[in-house]
Design a protein around this ligand. Structure first.
Ligand SMILES: Nc1nc2c(ncn2[C@@H]2O[C@H](COP(=O)(O)OP(=O)(O)OP(=O)(O)O)[C@@H](O)[C@H]2O)c(=O)[nH]1
Length: 496
């Protein structure tokens, strides 16, 4: 089962339970059965699923819950915290520090996505202000150096390698020396892979590690192997003092839930997940926000991070000002920003309860197609239409027919697009006035902000965010961010 489906199945089970008039043992039992089934279908190990189920039952002892307690909320929280526990090995990994030279060595089987991931990792840290560099110590696979070179060039990161030298440890040391001289603060070493775990691979890894003394060894693993991840992660951990894991190909048909929980069971921290072939298809793996997204509860801090990567800081203010008149052109620009982000689903899934109409879970491709369709329609509009503060009013029958013809779509499609715009503009209008005070918030400030948010947010979104306690939690996490900046950056505050 693809991860998005796992999340949907679990949230569906919780939603069905929420609809029951009374939550009794039978309703709880049904809900747990569905959750168990979803986890097993996602290839999570049987023992883990059994523990999750037992722990939820332990937390939610219906008999002992006082009358009047919100049983649904307690069950939801229990599911949330059990999923977090399942994925959290409770051990943080080494984190490179800017300006302080670190060496990170990548290991993994052939085809796991190691070389691609080295470049993604370099690009990620470059975006955080580091000076990364890449060394190709893979002398086993012909073409490995060229591939790394290509990726490094794309990421604009300096690289080192050799077509002639056959000793990987020697190349690694030469690369280290070169980049230390150039003041790189994050030297990333890509090593050879093999088709299977074998002595020669481990011996080579040992030699490279001995010669370069890495601060961190990252094991890269293909997420589609599901439960088999347990054995693989265990073997690498023992042979190469692996300090962290990156699970790749979490975008495809991967039994990602299985791989992640299996890795966590070896007590190895997963630090990133690969979600596609492009360099930007790379997400920090942080258990709580991840589970939150999985259950459709959103990950706003993650979203802010992603947005800040995409919309340069100097354009954010500009965007805010433009927001005061939310025109179709602005919506068009925001769609462009979204498409630039590569996998749209990643971004949308970070929005709490984001419109099931525009971007249903598991159907991100359809959502993307819809956005492109809307953009084609807007391409057939005149400047006056795009810049109008009230395009619906402007839209006569003849204009609508002209736009439909021009874009090769039906009149109905044009109307759909305008409805979507209206819906987004309405929420945007409410959002832009909400200011979250910077710095530490006083209780009074926090209460005021919560009151504003409660009024502005659509009721179902508020519910999905966990009501007022959920908002309080969110504000704490956000510190001093401005709500309109956060949502406005998307141009899509809409039926979030
Ligand atoms: N869909 C998807 N494909 C990925 C991801 N990461 C890597 N790939 C693809 O997986 C294939 C193998 O990736 P490589 O980076 O060449 O693998 P490698 O582990 O370095 O292979 P060796 O150098 O032979 O050991 C390539 O086609 C990548 O584009 C990911 O997160 N998602």
């Amino acid at each position: 089962m693809v991860l998005a489906q796992l999340g949907t199945s679990i949230s569906d089970a919780l939603a069905r339970m929420s609809k029951a008039t009374v939550v009794d043992e039978k309703v709880l039992g049904e809900c747990l059965k569905e959750i168990t089934r979803a986890l097993l279908q996602s290839d999570v190990r049987f023992e883990t699923v059994r523990d999750v189920q037992a722990n939820i039952k332990k937390i939610v002892s219906l008999d002992t819950l006082a009358a009047g307690t919100n049983k649904r909320r307690i069950i939801q929280q229990a599911v949330f915290s059990e999923l977090c526990r399942m994925l959290d090995p409770g051990k943080p990994a080494f984190v490179p520090k800017k300006g302080k030279p670190s060496v990170v060595m990548f290991v993994g089987l052939q085809g796991s996505g190691k070389t691609t991931t080295c470049a993604k990792y370099a690009q990620y840290y470059q975006g955080k202000g580091f000076k990364p560099s890449l060394v190709c110590a893979d002398t086993f696979r012909a073409g490995a150096f060229d591939q790394l070179k290509q990726n490094a060039t794309k990421a604009r990161v300096p690289f080192y390698g050799s077509y002639m030298e056959s000793d990987p440890a020697k190349i690694a040391v030469e690369g280290l020396e070169r980049f230390r001289k150039e003041n790189s603060d994050l030297i990333i070493i890509d090593t050879s892979g093999r088709h299977k775990q074998e002595a020669a691979l481990f011996e080579e890894m040992r030699q490279v590690a001995e010669a370069t003394k890495p601060d961190l060894v990252i094991f890269v693993m293909d997420g589609s192997i599901g439960q088999a991840a347990f054995g693989q992660a265990q073997a690498f951990k023992q042979s190469a003092s692996v300090g962290a894991v990156i699970v790749t190909k979490m975008d495809g048909h991967a039994n990602g839930g299985g791989a992640l929980s299996a890795v966590a069971a070896t007590k190895s921290p997963v630090i990133f997940i690969g979600t596609g072939e492009h360099l930007g298809d790379f997400d920090v793996f942080d258990v709580r926000p991840f589970v939150s997204r999985l259950l459709g509860m959103g990950d706003l801090p993650g979203l802010i991070d992603k947005l800040q990567d995409i919309i340069p800081a100097d354009q954010q203010q500009d965007l805010l000002e433009k927001l005061s008149t939310f025109t179709l052109r602005l919506l068009y620009e925001q769609f462009q920003n979204l498409l630039k982000m590569g996998s749209l689903g990643q971004v949308f899934s970070m929005l709490p309860g984001f419109s099931s109409e525009l971007m249903p879970k598991g159907s991100e491709k359809d959502g993307q197609a819809k956005i492109k369709r809307y953009m084609t329609i807007m391409d057939s509009m005149t400047d006056a239409e795009l810049d109008s503060p009230n395009p619906k009013k402007l839209m006569t029958e003849s204009r609508t027919i002209r736009i439909a013809r021009g874009s090769g779509r039906q009149v109905r499609d044009v109307m759909d697009m305008l409805d979507e715009y209206k819906r987004l503009a309405k929420v945007m209008g409410k959002m832009k006035n909400i200011k979250i005070p910077t710095g530490k918030m006083s209780d009074k400030n926090q209460n005021q902000t919560i009151q504003q948010l409660t009024k502005a947010l659509p009721p179902h979104m508020l519910k999905q965010m966990g009501g007022i306690p959920g908002l309080q939690d969110l504000l704490k996490k956000m510190g001093g961010k401005d709500m309109s900046q956060m949502l406005g950056g998307m141009g899509l505050g809409g039926d979030l």
